[in-house]
Design a protein around this ligand. Sequence first.
Ligand SMILES: O=C(O)CCC(=O)C(=O)O
Ligand SMILES: [Fe+2]
Length: 688
Amino acid sequence: DILYHAGVNAYFRNDWVVAVQHLERALLNFAALKQVKVECYRRCGEEADFPEPEGLQQKPLPDLRFFDTIFKKAECLGFCETERLGTASLHRVGEDVKIDFEKRTPYNFLQVAYYQLKKLDKAVAAAHTFFIANPEHLEMQQNLQKYKKMSGVSERSFQDLEARPHWVGTTFRTTTSQHTGGGRATLELVLCLCVSDHYIQVLRCRQNCVLEVATRPGRISPVKNFIPSHFEYLQFSYFSAGDLEKALESCKTFLLFYSEDSTMLQNLRYYEASLGVELAALVAVREVIKRYIQRSVLEKRMLYSVAESFEFLFNDPDSWTPEDIAPKSLMEKMNVLLCSGNRQEWEKIQQDLRRQREMEQSFHLQEGKYTLLKETTGVVLWFGGVTAPVSKEMRGGRTIVWGFAIKVDEVQVKNCFISAVPVAGDGYRGRRSPHTPHEHFHGLTVLKALKLARLGSVEQNDARLYYDVSEKSRLLVESYFNLKSPLYFSFSHLVRRSAVEGQQENRLDLSHPVHADNCILDPEGKQCWKEPPAYIYRDLSGILYLNEDFEGGSFFFTDRDAKTVTAEVQPKCGRLVAFTSGGENPHGVRAVTRGHRYAIALWFTLSSQHREQERIQADELLELEEKSVPGKSGQADAGTDMTASPEPPDGEQKSVVKHRMGKVKQRSGERQGQVSGASGEPHSRDEL
Ligand SMILES: O=C(O)CCC(=O)C(=O)O
Ligand SMILES: [Fe+2]
């Protein structure tokens, strides 16, 4: 902790040499600590692998042996770590620091420091290392692109300094050796209530080990079916390489997990035919996997039986678990339960699932919606005006563009915004866009506009119009998607993107890079990680465009690869685009190369828990206003949060890195975001 903080402080003093010294040492220390813990774990695992307690005439009860082992192991670990590292208080890492290291934040600092010290190779490796765990980090992505073009930087410089062996390149290597420790006989012991709690924790922890191994750096969701899929790939690779015996070994090993997999059974027959049945019979499965499965199955058997009898929660991490171990009904029940065993958590999951199902159902119910929409909102739907037509079929019924769906007085909304910006400030005090150095980016929330109207710095009518059109958009979206539960605002802001004059030559970047609104898009893996820091509770997105007198700035959808454009929409005043916020709808905004582009970005949620607090305050404010005596409104308290920055827009993911930086920032008194070379700052990517 001390080294890390010293490094960060030196960084903010621009003392690059000292920053590098401390940060490198902090990383070395962290790695050494981890190494010692692993070694101790291994050593104690071997030593305490269920030995017979000495000096006993009779064989002890199996559970006593089990606990004897647990205690011995704990004792051994404590002793080993103290011997190597000193007492725990000397080497226990703070939670915040631990998270920063897991997110590889030190490399974010180091990247800039190395760059400043002209150690280009190291800067590139640090940038690459950081980016592997933070693929949504746009600035680092741009930095890497710039590094690639620099002379003296070769492919070899892009090293992952924290590479975990099983994530390097292909993932063909198995990592199961650490799963094969003891646990054997005792797993069959009769469950005794008084000891079950501790015992269950141990078993659950062991079961979850695979999730740990299967989780990419910087992610919290594991890759599914991690271990079995290795053998699927291996089988094919060996087959392709002509090594049929090894291919058969992998094939048989895979079948240990999924004994009825028809493709693999077919492959098995192929190998038997090719090698001859006799030779094929001699090819054995991988012993280490066989033992792993045996042990895991025993653990699962016990956990499931406990779960059934005692309403205990066990979330089986594997999909290969044989049915006779986990009755299907129980499996389904368990699959949605979290390991925490927390009732509230369980309720929340149930609620989410219900929500998801309702959403899915509502998508199937969309036929004939147009008339409904006309009746309820009185607006005419319009599908033209897009360079590639966006039809509901084309995007799986989840996206729609309405032309002039909402009557907006462009001038009025613009006025509201223009008068508000100098007073309210904007979300990005650096003024540059969070996405590109070639544009300015300003945002204004409804509440801020209303409060400013009360102060007299914005016209009441303008602020009111802003409120009204966003509410109309919400109704339209709610109606189109035929939602059975209310749709709430999750966040909304009026955004102005302005081309910075003199900086538009040969622009290759986007005004807003391709992203999804409620998950972190991983174009390479073609996945979208629905996990924080993404705004995972957002269900639907809407953008209401307010003008067209600018150049560039069209909105587009892509496939999961973030490259193949599937539809494009040119903004026009009153045009509304709405779509589901998930990975099925990656989208971005092309560079605004001249003028200002105005749009109201709206995100909606079906979860009342996540409804926008500012919107509730705005409703209250208007209600109050309607009740209040005319003339009094100007005296109202404008609130203390006038200069509070709004939630950043999507794409600028509310990154954990930045949160952590907030803490460091307080210590150092420096600006947030600087670490990655935020625009407008001394170590910006411009310099890079
Ligand atoms: O302004 C637009 O057209 C889209 C903006 C967007 O996708 C976002 O802010 O998440
Ligand atoms: Fe978006």
